[in-house]
Design a protein around this ligand. Structure first.
Ligand code: GLC
Ligand code: GLC
Length: 816
């Protein structure tokens, strides 16, 4: 199989060696409020906080070819025109490399012995992209050439920008001042923000009108302003006025042999106080922009900011590290999986090359699950996210399925009634307390539905979540499913026959019959954390009542939820089983096998083992476990969207990388380290990189949401990379269950479940202020079972390291 690059672990980079990857391979820039997507050919766009409402640059989704628009550079030397990132010109390069690193991307192109290296990043606490481009004359002759930049502005609201042309082709406005082009559409009336693109050198000209730049019949691949440019003879000063404002600088460069020159560009976003918007009539107040421009007017200021950002990532990635004999495992755990968790937290499911940034906001279930993946790195931000999420919960325990990040208000169009949602809040809060020991979060006063009059301690929200399940049980005593549970496409109350209707929001049944065995498993597994929290708070009676509900649910799962060889998935509105040997297709689903075993249902009587054996038998493939089997070939109106996808794709028997970890965790609970690791390495990108880059197509350094299942024509091909709950679940799985270093309320549990052939591994874990240097020795060649654990040479009973608040490093030796 062809490879397109390699991992540079020491630099924490993936190095792409050809611009023609099987799909654009992207990276994200930004850590706080300002974010960018950047592909290996410099495609992509940026936005402030909200990818829909504050889009800075324009992108054309679903374009031909894919990945159109970015921050593009053109170099014109003689009649040769090329781009350092190959696109958009696509002229052959003599050398090309793209390094995607932690929060930055470097694209390097060489042609005719002229080397161009473009660094792109968003500095810490800075609302803009910085582009530093270094040009080096590697020839023996003096070189004279022209450098052009290009960014196309989006008129802020990305949805409006690509639908409302009758208005938008009239509203565009810019201002040009020296080397800075300001984009100020709608600033005259209701906006108090503008953006700008600048460079720290004098320009020979500029364009701020797109059509003048490209010419009416050319695209970005051959813009007339570049193709026809003659140094000293041509003129460039088009002014954007309606139509499509852009920013393009024209810079004349002369380089002696062996010499380099660096230019710094800043593409920034500025907000201005409402009564301070104007310098004089019609002229915007540029004070804030000028401060940003000044900050990065030298290459050394850029280097300093890069060093600061590197320190930030060094710190985040030092909290959990592993040293094993397996490079692929090390790079997943130490670098890329953790990085993806942070990106997924920042972006939720808003903006990727598969999410247009104008659709959903923050998902309640998605964001709660994301918490567990990054809470050890950014606990304060996890805390805030939990409060924001809980504030969109309803008093009855249900929740808005989504909220908008800019307003933090629940989304009314989608509403609630996804009956797994409430439990994920208990899951995130439990993960947060286990990591931090911050029990006070439970006392935090949090409103329901953002109404301050209803505020109650967060603990009451957890209680509402727990009781939402008990208050919504169906005919078998299993939880009612509502519009859908984790599987958004299992829509048992929908019965849709009308095209264009959303499967998630159309509800044609009263919802009092269809039940979910997944929610039952979640209730037993996550509900247990609620009980432990109550016990810790000394609420013994409440804890006992809650435990009784859980015990009862477990019994129900073992009867109504057991199919003989695996767990049933659900009961539909006709009280028929879903995911059962009685079904013609869709006989077995993955979710209930994973979550019921995670809840330890059937562990004593062999049912759990049998369920996992069935998962291996019917769901496993070379590329991971499919979601269900056999795939639906017909549309089942009583099941909804799941049966609408062609066989093998998405929820219809695709390999959903999000729920494979549930099976893996379940395997570790049963002590099956070999099975667990086999499932893990089939979907982990670093392993797939070696074997399947071309087939897989997506970035080899991050998880995709889905890999096409065995019923699909393109089995093994991935889609929907980056923004998926897969990131958090796989990190939790490998760090806490396979390597077995697992935070708990009163300490750090060490309980690895690894392949029996592993000699052991070393790991470092920072936990509540102390650092634990852990050595695991697998002396018995087993998969699981800690025989002895010493801390600083002293043996302790059990395998939980107690909390050390001394801020010191401790050495831990674990013998298996
Ligand atoms: C998508 C959704 C998530 C859902 C999953 C399975 O990833 O974001 O909420 O659980 O699909 O349907
Ligand atoms: C679609 C997708 C599914 C996603 C849902 C909600 O149904 O197939 O994966 O969870 O939309 O946005």
């Amino acid at each position: 199989m062809k490879k397109y690059g390699f991992f540079d672990d020491a630099a924490r980079e993936y190095v792409i060696t050809t611009p023609q990857t099987p799909y654009p391979w992207i990276n994200y820039l930004g850590t706080q409020d300002f974010f960018s997507l950047i592909s290996n050919t410099a495609g992509g766009y940026c936005f402030y906080k909200d990818a829909r409402l504050r889009r800075i640059t324009r992108y054309r989704y679903n374009n031909v070819p894919v990945d159109m628009n970015g921050r593009y550079f053109y170099i014109k030397e003689g009649s040769d025109v090329w781009s350092p990132g190959w696109k958009p010109v696509k002229n052959d390069l003599d050398d090309y490399k793209c390094r995607h690193g932690m929060g930055y991307t470097v694209i390097h192109g060489t042609k005719n012995k002229l080397a161009a290296e473009a660094l792109f990043f968003v500095p810490m606490n800075f609302n803009g992209e910085v582009h530093k481009i270094k040009l080096t004359n590697e020839s023996k002759k003096k070189k004279k050439f022209t450098l052009f930049s290009m960014a196309e502005f989006c008129l802020w609201n990305a949805h409006d920008d690509f639908t409302n042309f009758q208005r938008n082709l009239n509203t565009g406005e810019v201002e040009v001042d020296g080397s800075t082009i300001y984009h100020k559409t709608e600033y005259r009336e209701r906006r108090n923000h503008y953006s700008f693109y600048t460079v720290n050198t004098e320009v020979a000209g500029f364009h701020s009108d797109r059509d003048s730049f490209t010419g009416r019949y050319n695209g970005f691949e051959a813009p007339e302003a570049v193709m026809k440019w003659k140094p000293g003879k041509s003129e460039a000063k088009s002014v954007g006025d309606g139509w499509s404002p852009i920013a393009s600088h024209v810079i004349e460069v002369t380089l002696e042999p062996g010499k380099s020159e660096e230019f710094v560009f800043v593409l920034g976003y500025v907000e201005v106080e409402n009564d301070d918007k104007w310098a004089k009539p019609g002229v915007i107040n540029k004070k804030n922009a000028k401060a940003m421009i000044k900050k990065f007017n030298t290459a050394s200021a850029v280097n300093k900011a890069m060093a600061e950002m590197k320190k930030f990532w060094d710190d985040l990635l030092s909290r959990y590290t592993v040293k094993s004999g397996d490079d692929k495992l090390n790079r997943m755990v130490n670098i890329w999986n953790q990085y993806q968790c942070i990106v997924t937290f920042n972006l939720s499911r808003s903006a990727s090359y598969f999410e247009s940034g104008i659709g959903r906001g923050m998902g309640f279930r998605d964001s709660n699950q994301d918490i567990a993946g990054f809470v050890h790195q950014l606990p304060d931000r996890a805390r805030q996210r939990i409060i924001d999420l809980a504030s969109t919960q309803f008093e009855n325990g249900g929740a808005y399925h989504q909220y908008q990040p800019l307003t933090k208000k629940g989304n009314n169009e989608v509403g609630g009634n996804f009956n797994d949602d409430p439990l994920w809040l208990i899951y995130s809060v439990a993960s947060y307390i286990k990591e931090t020991g911050d029990w006070d979060i439970l006392k935090e006063s949090v409103p329901f539905d953002n109404n301050p009059a209803t505020a109650k301690p967060l603990l009451d929200h957890l209680s509402a979540s727990f009781h939402h399940v008990i208050n919504n049980l169906g005919p078998h005593g299993l939880p009612l499913i509502g519009r859908a549970d984790w599987n958004d496409c299992l829509n048992l109350n929908c019965f849709s026959t009308t095209p264009d209707e959303s499967f998630q929001t159309c509800t044609s049944k009263d919802g009092k019959t269809a039940e979910s065995v997944l929610i039952a498993g979640m209730f037993a597994c996550i509900g247990k954390e609620y009980v432990r929290i109550l016990k810790h708070l000394g609420k013994k009676a409440e804890a006992e009542v809650a435990q009784n509900h859980i015990d009862k649910m477990k019994k129900t799962i073992l009867t109504a939820g057991w199919d003989g060889e695996w767990f049933v998935r659900a009961y539909d509105d006709n009280k028929q089983k879903v995911g059962s040997k009685e079904c013609g297709e869709g006989k077995i689903f993955i979710e209930s096998q994973g979550f019921c075993v995670m809840a330890e249902v059937g562990v004593d009587d062999g049912k759990a083992e049998k369920a996992l054996e069935s998962a291996r038998k019917y769901l496993d493939t070379d590329h991971g476990l499919v979601l269900l089997n056999p795939a639906y070939t017909k549309y089942h109106v009583e099941l909804g969207e799941v049966s609408s996808y062609p066989p093998g794709y998405k929820e219809n028997a695709g390999i959903f990388c999000h729920n494979n970890p549930w099976i893996i965790i379940a395997e570790t609970i049963l002590g099956q380290g070999d099975n667990a690791f086999s499932h893990y390495s089939k979907i982990a990108p670093a392993y797939r990189e070696e074997k399947y880059s071309e087939l897989h197509r997506m970035e080899p350094y991050v998880y995709p949401q889905m890999i096409a299942g065995k019923d699909a024509k393109r089995h093994g091909e991935a889609k929907n990379s980056w923004l998926t709950g897969t990131a958090a679940w796989n990190f939790v799985t490998v760090s806490q269950w396979i390597l077995g270093i697992r935070p708990d309320y009163d300490g750090l549990i060490i309980d690895p479940c690894i392949p029996s052939t592993w000699p052991g591994f070393k790991a470092t874990r920072k936990f509540r202020g102390a650092t634990f240097n852990i050595t695991v020795k697998n002396e018995s060649k087993s998969c699981k079972g800690v025989r002895c654990l010493t801390i600083d040479g002293k043996a302790i009973p059990g395998n939980t390291i107690p909390v050390f608040t001394d801020g010191k490093a401790h050495s831990v030796v674990v013998i298996m």
